[in-house]
Design a protein around this ligand. Structure first.
Ligand code: 5GP
Length: 114
């Protein structure tokens, strides 16, 4: 099967501003930022979206959330706050079929999202 865009970023076949990486996850800046800080945290395992995650993925997904919060801390967002978003499917605007958690911060955000 062909690699997803984000697998190519993990493999360094496409350049990205990587801010964190370990055995299970990779975090890099979004190419089209929607906030002053916009980072995508992805599992290295190519799970297409959260609806496709399996019970055995719980360690990866828990790790991903812990690391998202650590990245937010390191980027200075702890006090001001930030938003974590998973887009699943067409109505959510999912564009890349490789699970990714958006970390958005650096400005106030409205609720509910549009
Ligand atoms: P989705 O809409 O699937 O939740 O989010 C996909 C995100 O990937 C978008 O925010 C988009 O800007 C980002 N993106 C798409 N292509 C690239 C790329 O080549 N590099 C990086 N760093 N981000 C990308």
């Amino acid at each position: 099967m062909s690699k997803t865009l984000f697998e190519k970023i993990i493999a360094r076949e496409i350049p990205a501003d990587i801010v964190y990486e370990d055995d299970l996850v990779c975090a890099f800046r979004d190419i089209n930022p929607q906030a002053p800080t916009h980072v995508l945290i992805i599992p290295k395992k190519p799970i297409p979206r959260i609806a496709e995650a399996r019970p055995e993925d719980h360690k990866i997904l828990g790790h991903l959330l812990i690391k998202a919060a650590e990245v937010a801390d390191r980027l200075g967002l702890r006090q001001s706050g930030y938003r974590l978003v998973l887009n699943n499917g067409p109505h959510a605007g999912e564009a890349v079929p490789h699970l990714h958690c958006h970390l958005l911060g650096g400005r106030p955000m409205t609720w509910p999202p549009g």
